[in-house]
Design a protein around this ligand. Sequence first.
Ligand SMILES: *[C@@H]1O[C@H](CO)[C@@H](O)[C@H](O)[C@H]1NC(C)=O
Ligand SMILES: [Zn+2]
Length: 219
Amino acid sequence: MLLFTSITLAIAGHLHAIPTTMSQHSQENPIEDSIYVKRQEWHARPPLETKPLSTPVPYVVIHHSYIPPACKNLVECSYAMRAMQSMHIDQNKWWDIGYNFAVGSDGKAYEGRGFTILGAHAKHFNTHSIGICLIGNWNDTLPPSHQLEKTKALIQYGVDQGFIREDYKLVGHRQVRPTECPGQTLYDHISTWPHFDGTLDLATNFVEDEVKPKLIFSH
Ligand SMILES: *[C@@H]1O[C@H](CO)[C@@H](O)[C@H](O)[C@H]1NC(C)=O
Ligand SMILES: [Zn+2]
């Protein structure tokens, strides 16, 4: 049984691309060493259903949560994750929390649907993107720098692991749907990031009723 558990852990570690040395090292610092906080760590409900996401994706879509507000530690951020998941499942009738990932003001990333499962965060873009939510309302204030840095590191990790295209384009939710998300201040900030695609906006992406995407995705 112990052997089986070790093998299972080794396989799980491999899937998440965590070197075995890191698993041993994680005895000292279990949370800081992980790339992101896993679903079981924030006590996620199981998804009702899943569909695989075809990777590498050409887009990363940035969101803010607006509600719940910014969270500053593992307990608060885990609570925020569960609140968003419940809202998305019970009210929106989605299969799971919509985002692929979220990032807290504690500087940690939280696993939503992950890199390999289709998200529900930006209609018409879900099949071609990873959706990352910066937990909090970032209309009037900028997230703390470690929240922004963790977001960049998570994207780079996704590129390194082959889930996100190297020449990916970064957009804010408002560029693909009529919404204020990810908030004016955060949107202004991400528009300075190297992969930001300022050419994409609602006018070019949608016709009339804003439900027909004009954009042709290229792989
Ligand atoms: C967000 O900020 C803009 C101005 O920067 C303002 O016009 C808008 O009303 C704000 N939205 C909310 C929901 O506070
Ligand atoms: Zn959004």
